[in-house]
Write a protein that binds this ligand. Sequence first.
Ligand code: ZN
Ligand code: ZN
Ligand code: FE
Length: 764
Amino acid sequence: MTRASSPVRVHAEITGIVQGVGFRPFLHRLAAREQLTGWARNTPAGVELELEGEEAAIRRFVQTVKTAPPPLAVVEELYLHRVPPHGGETGFVILPSTAGTAATLAAPDLAPCPACLKELYDPADRRYRYPFLNCTDCGPRFSILRALPYDRANTSMADFAMCPDCAAEYSDIRSRRYHAQPDCCPVCGPRAFYLDGDGKQQEGDPIALAQQALAAGKIIAVKGTGGIHLACDARNESAVRRLRQRKHREEKPLAILCRDLETVEGFCSVTDEEQRLLQSPRRPIFLLEKRHFHGPESFSCLSENHRIGVMLPYTPLHVLLADGSSGGPAAMVMTSANLPGCTVILDNAEAVAGLHGVADGFLLHDRPIVNRCDDSLAAVWQGREYFFRRSRGYAPQPLTMPDASADGILAFGAEQKGGFAAGKSRHVFLSQHIGDLKNAETLDHYRTALQTCLRLFGVRPRALVSDLHPEYFSTTEAKRASSAMQLPLLQVQHHWAHMAACMADNRLDGRVFGIVWDGTGLGTDGNIWGGEFLLGDLHSFRRVGSIRTIALPGGDAAVKQIGRTALSLAWDAGVLPIAMPQLQPLPGRETLLAMLEKDIRCPKASSIGRLFDGVYALITGRTQAGYDGQAPALLEALAEPETAGRIYPTAYQTGTDSVRRFDTRPMIAALSTDLAEGVPAAAVARGFMDTLCRMALEQCRALNPEKLPVVLSGGVFLNLYLLRAVTRLLEAEGYTVYSHHRVSTCDEGIALGQLAIAARHLHQ
Ligand code: ZN
Ligand code: ZN
Ligand code: FE
């Protein structure tokens, strides 16, 4: 063979859904076609390979992997770097997986594959309408896993002995079910059953009984892969209201499960990218834009936002339940069945007891849930998932790091959105969605998930890292573990960890300019931060910019009673007489004002989250916050219709600490005047957010003259209007802007940043 140029060799890593989907044979065929030598193997995070040959051939190879992978595969990332050529290889080989069974082990729960769906609807197939069919390409994984190694005996399928037919498939290398651990059929596998509201089992087809209940406007509990949902027909408004009342969830948006893409398109506008991701086997809930913000199909009882959370069926059971040909609803509300203040329900008996009076019926099955895994929630941003919650379908698949420096580091995360990260060689295992650690049962979930992660993936901690906040439950856990295991504990400032999380998310290593906006985090000066501009890297950071502090009368009470924050902002800006008449009556107003004037029990926070609360209260007149994140979400919704606002005046002061602070007063004064003069709320909301974007740009100009890469992090950037506008504005000025893709921008993603910082500190 003659070559036009000398051979080159590359090392590549591919992440995404690249295991159990015929990916390595595909690479093998492709390498042969392009006359490339080398190898490929599975790793816990995906596939790793080396290729040697002509440069143009390698380029074609990579192009094909990216643009025409096997039908079920999802190539999310492909990292490539050159290595010295070996010479002397004769072909392309598949090597054994690294870390033994870890590859299959780390697999998330995936939606039924096309081949299984075909069987589900084939009357001649022995798995016709069987709600638990699966194969090596799809089905439950993480949620049924008890221990290592990953074989049936160590899953919750252990009690189901395979019938001869299934056993034959299992041991036939030509079968799609070769070594499929959860392989089963109606003869040998789990069964579904339907119970009435009192827990009495009903005669008949359980799916049909559940469908009849839904059609009659009832609320039923449905046991899925990683948890139990409460469901009702989404188009039945009175059923939805009943569900809200029974769940004590009056305002928070509810997600819906739609039968198919067509149904989704009936009431949401869906881009091509959203379509692709909605149908991916990971099946998260995606926030999609409603087609009609007002009117009959607005689903206003589900979400007063302009977006609505939508997913497609993610197990065969849900496929059957939503099937229209047997009377299933086209769209049903799906909300996790745990009630406020109650333990998380995974078990059948607990469900029947705990949901008595809440659910009118129960569609359950006899396969136990081992690992709780809630639905993932994301929006689509820059063609990829932008996580509000990274959980089912993603956890516990690890992220790949550039090197193994995070090996043995255990990061405990924050508190209100708890989540941990554990390093094992070059991989980082992130927890599934956990929730607010201030709830005792959520803290239990956190502890269990942490122990499970260490055990399943063989992580041996050698260093621990937590937030700086001494009262976070995660910090307490870290301190306890540190003394119990005699391990060093590093405590990392909250917003620096956010910045580092976005760096690690994007594999950035050098100096960056961080714009970190969130609700609250403890600063190095003992104050509450949350509107920060940081300069630094994984080694150290400096706070160079922030916003004028907001006094919070009564402290934490202001987080719920956002009217207090509005009062404080208006008082600070000297516009009380203009702003107050539009606010709903605020209990104890005079006392609160006295507290502000005398500076008693008024902790200060430089938080954009709190600024949103206050401005939201000023604009809408509401004095009570509904749920966490409501103010940013609703201001976004309010501003979205094309109502251009004006940009309010900006001003800055640099204190003795050299921190350049955005002065909120001129903006608050101007927007209060606008509101008093009857400028529409939508225009003011838009103006407020555009002013924040302008402020980000002005701070960037002043504080980042070197034009270092800009990273955006913090829960405020769940506001997609702000995310888009800040990115666009800074990019137009020539800045490179990074935001989150692999972990959430909110506190759930913070553990990754803690881990990255600890890794740097251990290896300096
Ligand atoms: Zn399948
Ligand atoms: Zn069987
Ligand atoms: Fe935060």
